[in-house]
Each structure stands twice: as structure tokens, then as C-alpha cells.
Write a protein that binds this ligand. Structure first.
Ligand code: ATP
Length: 275
């Protein structure tokens, strides 16, 4: 008992409620995510998944509740303070600089984190120069980790969408977040590339131990990567547990992923029996 309390969850959401005018988008939500876990939030459109991510990263202020990260209450912190605690995120819209190289996209993300001020950035010696070399190395290491090193000098906008998705992940990962919020990593990725994306996510997560909270509609990816999932509907938690169990429950599929979901999931071959 003492051990459990000592370890504690990395992220703990308690009684979270969000209202937009008369709409209750999140209703008394409780969630706990352990360090090193891959946790997926799933549910139909409008269920409140992005709103939860926005509350964690600081884009939305909830009406009530608490979000604790590594013992810190996040709701009293600004978005940039949460980022410096080690919370990173990707967005559905990629937010990459298309006319820059892949490497430069990672460097721009990393530069914002450096301590060097304006003057040391101008002067070509000292700390700034050392930081440049190590930043470049870290960016290359991140590209290698995601199998993207051959794209380093390529123009980002010219690359396939699936690759750009991974570059978005790399751009967040280069900041070494302790918790990474992934907003629909498989959206727009061709079906034949989803398994590869899942394998890559799993492999770098194994290597770095980064805790992942992902929103995803693609159940094939969820089945392949998530340790646990939470099904949201109308801002409430409807089911939580291992994906194979939760997603093979016909009642959950029909009620929370839409009418006909059981059939669709069976057609796509992602039933519990096959997982
Ligand atoms: N800024 C906002 N102003 C008003 N309503 C909002 C706002 N953001 C979200 N909502 C509403 O809150 C509810 C939850 O939206 P949210 O985007 O979190 O759902 P979601 O599960 O991420 O959906 P999707 O899978 O379509 O991205 C929806 O009814 C949505 O219309």
C-alpha cells in the first residue's frame, strides 16, 4: 500500500468538468495514467477527447476539477510552464513549416527551449555555439529513433503525409517530454502505413519510456499500441481497461463507437480474438 502511494500516477485527473456556454463538454471526469504507460482516449466525435488534451496542455480552463502532473497542480500554471514541466503535444493539423527541411523543423522547436538569450544567439562563440552543436545532434538522434534520418535535408512539405505525421511526433519528442499528448497520430495516414506507425511509436516509447496519452479514432492503431484505453461519450467515462477487452465488448462498440461499430470492427479484423 505504501509502495503504491509512493509511486503514484504521473498524471491524475480528478472531477474535471468543462463547459462551453450551456454545453457540458467534460463531466466529472477522473483519469489516472502511470509513468511509462501508453493510454488512449477514444470515443465518438464530440465526446470531449480534444477538450481533455486542451485542459492538460493549458489551452482550455476547466470549470472545475484538478489535474496533477508529477505532483504539480497544472490548473494554476500557464501553458508554457506546463511545457517546461515536461508536457509535450502534437496537433491534428500538423503545424510544421513546410518550406523548411525536416531537420530545421526540429531545430526551431528545440531552439525555443534553449537558455541562450538574444545576445548569445548573435555572438558566434561560447554557450550558444556549443548549444547549437548539441541541439543539432539531439535533433538527428530523434530522427534516427523514428527512422526519419534519410529525410533530414528534405523539404518537409514535399514528403508523404504519413511521414509528415511522424515528423510532427519527432518535433514534439526532440524536447524530451515526460508526457506526450498525441492528437490523432493516425489521422490521414494511409491504412497500409498504420501498422508501421504503430510499430515505430511502440519502439521509441520502449526506448525512451515516454508516457503517451493519445486520442485516436483508428482502432487498429489503438489495439496495437495502447496499454489501456478510456472510452468517452458526452464528456463522461463509459469504459476503461485493456483495449482487447473494452473494444471487443459489443455493448461498448454499439453504444460508444456508433451504430454498426461491432460489424465494422469485425470486418476490419481487430476483434479481441485476433489481437
Ligand atoms: N471552443 C469551443 N467552444 C464551444 N464548444 C466547443 C469548443 N470546443 C469543443 N466544443 C464542443 O465540446 C464538445 C467536445 O468537443 P471535442 O472537440 O473535445 O470532442 P472530440 O471527442 O475531440 O471530437 P472529435 O473526435 O470530433 O475531434 C463538442 O460538442 C464540441 O462541439
Amino acid at each position: 500500500m505504501a509502495e503504491v502511494m509512493q509511486a503514484g500516477p504521473l498524471l491524475e485527473i480528478q472531477h474535471l468538468s468543462v463547459r462551453f456556454g450551456g454545453l457540458t463538454a467534460i463531466n466529472e471526469l477522473d483519469l489516472q495514467i502511470a509513468e511509462g504507460e501508453i493510454f488512449a482516449l477514444v470515443g465518438p466525435n464530440g465526446a470531449g477527447k480534444t477538450t481533455v488534451l486542451n485542459c492538460i496542455s493549458g489551452l482550455i480552463k476547466p470549470a472545475a476539477g484538478s489535474i496533477r502532473f508529477a505532483g504539480n497542480e497544472l490548473l494554476s500554471l500557464q501553458a508554457h510552464q506546463r511545457a517546461s514541466l515536461g508536457i509535450g503535444r502534437t496537433f491534428q493539423q500538423l503545424q510544421l513549416f513546410n518550406s523548411m527541411t525536416v531537420l530545421d523543423n526540429l531545430l526551431t522547436a528545440r531552439h525555443t527551449q534553449l537558455h541562450a538569450g538574444i545576445l548569445s544567439g548573435i555572438l558566434p562563440f561560447g554557450r550558444s555555439k556549443r548549444e547549437d552543436a548539441s541541439t543539432r545532434q539531439q535533433a538527428m538522434d530523434t530522427l534516427v529513433l523514428l527512422g526519419l534520418e534519410s529525410y533530414a535535408r528534405r523539404n518537409t512539405g514535399s514528403l508523404p503525409f504519413g511521414v509528415q505525421k511522424l515528423i510532427g511526433v519527432a518535433r514534439a519528442l526532440v524536447l524530451h517530454p515526460r508526457l506526450l499528448l498525441l492528437d490523432e497520430p493516425a489521422a490521414g495516414v494511409p491504412p497500409q502505413e498504420v501498422q508501421e506507425l504503430a510499430a515505430r511509436l511502440r519502439s521509441w516509447q520502449n526506448e525512451l519510456g515516454t508516457t503517451l496519452l493519445l486520442i485516436e479514432h483508428n482502432m487498429r492503431l489503438v489495439q496495437a499500441v495502447a496499454d489501456r484505453i478510456c472510452v468517452l461519450d458526452y464528456g463522461r467515462k463509459l469504459a476503461e481497461g485493456a483495449p482487447g477487452i473494452v473494444l471487443s465488448n459489443p455493448a461498448v462498440l454499439e453504444a460508444y463507437l456508433g451504430r454498426g461499430a461491432t460489424k465494422k470492427v469485425q470486418q476490419e479484423g481487430i476483434t479481441h480474438a485476433e489481437s
